[in-house]
Design a protein around this ligand. Structure first.
Ligand code: GSH
Length: 188
């Protein structure tokens, strides 16, 4: 989809631009601004909006069962995987001192123990992915979906920001990672 992208501060600086924050009480990115001025926050709400406008190819399932399984795995990828990476990243990175939680205006101290706990969550998540991808080609089932997109972002962020690599013996996960990373959209 051809959508104009405007950088408003993350990740290039340590804070979001004041002009952006004026109309963003949640103080988080991303947000999708419609032509009528409506702003949609939350990555998955944005995905759902775009999917409704552009249903082909379907990334959120073709029937209720497929949709539920994709939703289940997408939520696991965010809540179990991405949360762990974020815990590691925000609580260890010197650029995030007093910014332990995103979107807060008051200082939130970093907590060292969350780095270790985040690492444990990421390792557990890699195991969950490895088991699931031994059963199905993609995370949500037989077709590539938004669950794979969130999981790929999680694995890439884990590698880049938290130096957590896929274990070499996780052959199903490595097979999947190679396949989804080489899709033109991911490569771009
Ligand atoms: N649940 C939100 C999470 C948004 C979020 O945490 N965004 C982070 C960066 S990816 C942010 O805006 N951080 C601002 C900050 O650190 O102050 C979503 O899915 O969009």
């Amino acid at each position: 989809l051809d959508i104009a992208i405007e950088e408003v501060g993350i990740p290039k600086s340590s804070a979001l631009q004041p002009e952006y924050l004026v109309a963003s009480p949640h103080r988080l990115v991303p947000a999708l601004e419609l032509d009528n001025g409506t702003r949609i926050g939350e990555a998955m709400a944005i995905c759902r909006y775009l999917e409704a406008l552009h249903p082909e190819p379907p990334l959120m399932g073709r029937d209720p069962e497929e949709a539920a399984l994709i939703d289940m795995w997408e939520r696991r990828a965010e809540l179990e995987g991405m949360r762990g990476v974020v815990e590691m990243f925000r609580n260890a990175n010197p650029g995030f001192v007093d910014r332990g939680l995103a979107g807060w205006t008051t200082p939130v101290p970093q907590i060292e123990q969350l780095v270790t706990r985040g690492q444990a969550r990421v390792e557990r998540f890699f195991g969950i992915l490895e088991d699931r991808l031994g059963e199905t080609e993609f995370l949500g089932g037989a077709a590539f979906s938004v669950a794979d997109i969130t999981a790929l972002c999680t694995v890439d962020f884990a590698k880049r920001a938290a130096k957590s690599e896929i274990p070499p013996d996780a052959t199903n996960l490595l097979r999947w990672y190679e396949a989804v990373s080489s899709r033109p959209s991911a490569a771009a």
